[in-house]
Write a protein that binds this ligand. Structure first.
Ligand code: HPA
Length: 270
């Protein structure tokens, strides 16, 4: 694994002249932020050694190096989901590579189903914490001490400082944000009504099929994490309607300019 990480990191370093400290993982259909990146250099996943190739609809699958609000960033358009069949080492491989090229802040975005009855469709949820319900842990197996500790602390998996900064930016710009706990589960089914109730009962505010593995590995690697979830549907009793991938994308599309704005301001404030 170490050899693969270094090989991929060396390949990417040979392609770029920038030194990004911030990595951004964009969720399904949430690639709008890419249009704000200037001086960009795009590298399709299929040209990157050891990189898995993304398959799901709505993902174009590329790395974009460039500047967001004048700050060097590396954005990942399209992530690798567990439900696509990748194992957890593949799902989280890009985070390892990010760390190896010098990135120590990770910003992630995703779409989710809200289970907090106060939420509305289209809300931007700042992720304050998560609950890992994936059946495979990305750190299971041999621990490489070079990458991080055997038993990593997760008491502040999402940086309080970055959450506070984001809240301030939102307030100053009249953007509504909510805060909450993201429950990560495998999918690819959306939830039954009983499952939505269960996720609420165990302490969740929103549920989705990504993010948790990447944030676990980023914490293992000592990176500072921040996450925004776009609530694209509601799994709330009385408000549950049929969900589809297309609807998730339609709502995501509507809200993503606000998310892009928040991310851009935040990157400049880090
Ligand atoms: N459940 C799981 N993942 C999701 C949902 C949902 O309701 N909406 C968007 N991603």
């Amino acid at each position: 694994m170490l050899q693969k990480i270094n090989e991929t990191a060396d390949f990417l370093k040979s392609k770029i002249t920038t030194m990004p400290r911030t990595g951004i993982i964009l969720g399904t259909g949430l690639g709008n932020l890419v249009s704000q990146i200037t001086d960009s250099k795009e590298i399709p996943y299929q040209t990157i050694p050891n990189f898995p190739v993304s398959t799901v609809e709505g993902h174009s699958g590329k790395l974009i190096f460039g500047k967001l609000g004048g700050v060097d960033v590396l954005a990942m358009q399209g992530r690798f989901h567990y439900y696509e069949g990748y194992d957890m080492k593949a799902v989280t491989f890009p985070v390892r590579v990010m760390k190896a090229i010098g990135i120590d802040n990770l910003l992630v975005s995703n779409a989710s189903g809200g289970v907090n009855p106060d939420f509305e469709i289209g809300d931007l949820m700042l992720i304050t914490d998560h609950i890992n319900l994936f059946p495979e842990h990305p750190l299971r197996g041999k621990n490489y001490d070079e990458l991080g500790p055997r038993f990593p602390d997760m008491s502040e998996a999402y940086s309080k400082e970055l959450i506070e900064k984001a809240k301030k930016i939102a307030l100053q710009n009249n953007i509504k944000v909510v805060e909450g706990v993201y429950v990560g589960t495998t999918g690819p089914t959306f939830e039954t009504q009983a499952e939505y109730r269960y996720f609420r009962t165990i302490g969740g505010d929103a549920v989705g099929m990504s993010t948790v593995p990447e944030v676990i590995v980023a914490n293992h690697a000592g990176m500072r994490c921040f996450g925004i979830s776009i609530v694209t549907d509601l799994g709330v009793p009385g408000k549950i309607v049929e969900v589809s991938h297309e609807e998730v994308q339609v709502i995501g599309n509507k809200v993503q300019p606000l998310m892009t704005f928040l991310m851009k301001e935040l990157v400049q404030d880090m």
